[in-house]
Design a protein around this ligand. Structure first.
Ligand SMILES: *Cc1c(COP(=O)(O)O)cnc(C)c1O
Length: 359
């Protein structure tokens, strides 16, 4: 079987050029006679890869020097806990904007370490709309405000960066990092699990300002940002192969023209799907127009049987992993950086075809 168009929400499709390069380097990385995953993480060859990946990430995201970059394990989920453990100590309080599954999970973790409260919660409207700035009830004494920029499950994205009046902003960017340019200086901590837009699962990237750290108590060394910073993410063996693949993805993003070009590419792709939705009398999205995600498009026919038939028929044509999350049901089309235009065009054409046969 050839390659399919994989609309999975994560782990998600990788750029084909990246997989080919990884395959080329599978048996012999740069004349070393071994694969990157077989190398000592403290050796010269790997050190060059590791430092190179950080430099590439800093260049692409324009990360200022006073921000630290960490490559950790434990996914975004461990960052739900680590952000709280390392930051909530300043005042003992933190605000969380709950706009979906993962921000709710982050609040739950935060509450283990201090007084974490929801400064907004869109559960009552099925997380279909991002709250406006003036709907955020912010506590000026919060140690930080946490939010999730792109809501992978519900298909919404924050159309603005919240103003917090000087309270550090902590952001889960797992499903939108590298999808467009970003002003890193607006954030105290930002983090992302790699498996949506950056590489394979097993790697989480954290970008943070060291001066806002205030660990709650005696933390496990691994979960203490200050310890990780001091160790250069090498307190123990880092996810070596994942970091290497992230480097290949960063090279690919640069070759595509960088984050500005990536943004234009993603906007064009999302427009194809939303346009198909807006013209459709069968497929309906509950997501507020101003909150529409460019990475995850969530919709349904309103009939679970038809949704299932659509997902199945699409899979038979090589368009896979379109089933919605169990929390929403329906259909979810994830179109991260690696999804080519041909994939979304094929899907939009199939949506029209399916509709013609099913209304
Ligand atoms: C996938 C995802 C997570 C969970 O990531 P893990 O690496 O599995 O812990 C958290 N937040 C967002 C926004 C996600 O998309």
């Amino acid at each position: 079987m050839g390659r399919v168009y994989n609309f999975s929400a994560g782990p998600a499709m990788m750029p084909e050029a990246v997989l080919k390069r990884a395959a080329d380097e599978m048996l012999d990385y740069g004349g070393s006679g071994m694969n990157v995953m077989e190398m000592s993480h403290r050796g010269k060859t790997y050190d060059a890869i590791f430092q190179g990946v950080e430099a590439k990430l800093r260049a692409l995201l324009d990360i200022p020097e006073h921000y630290k970059v960490l490559f950790l394990q434990g996914g975004a989920t461990l960052q739900f806990s680590m952000t709280a453990m390392n930051l909530i100590g300043r005042t003992g309080k933190a605000d969380y904007a709950v706009t979906g599954q993962f921000s709710a999970a982050a609040l739950k973790e935060g509450a283990r370490f201090g007084q974490a409260r929801a400064c907004a919660d869109t559960a009552g409207i099925g997380h279909t709309k991002i709250p406006a700035q003036d709907e955020l009830i912010l506590d000026p004494e919060a140690s930080y405000v946490h939010y999730c920029m792109n809501n992978t499950v519900f298909g919404t994205v924050w159309p603005y960066i919240p103003e917090t009046g000087g309270v550090p902003l902590v952001c889960d960017m797992s499903s939108c990092i590298l999808s467009e340019p970003l002003d890193v200086t607006r954030f105290g901590v930002l983090y992302a699990g790699a498996q949506k837009n950056m590489g394979p699962a097993g790697l989480a990237v954290v970008i943070l300002r060291e001066d806002i750290l205030c660990p709650v108590s005696v933390l496990p060394g691994y979960m203490n940002y200050a310890v990780q910073i001091k160790a250069g993410s090498m307190l123990n063996t880092p996810p070596t192969y994942g970091v290497y693949l992230l480097g290949l993805v960063l090279d690919w993003v640069s070759e595509c023209g960088g984050l500005t070009a990536m943004k234009a590419h993603n906007e064009r792709k999302a427009a194809v799907i939303y346009d198909a939705l807006d013209r459709s009398e069968l497929f309906v999205s509950k997501v507020d127009r101003g909150s529409r995600s460019k990475m995850n498009v969530v919709f349904s026919t309103g009939d679970a049987g038809k949704d299932e038939a659509f997902v199945k028929a699409a899979a038979a044509r090589g368009m896979v992993s379109l089933k919605g999350h169990r929390a929403t049901g329906g259909i979810r089309v994830s179109i991260y950086n690696a999804m080519p235009m041909e994939g979304v065009e094929a899907l939009a054409a199939f949506m029209r075809e399916f509709e013609a046969e099913n209304v």
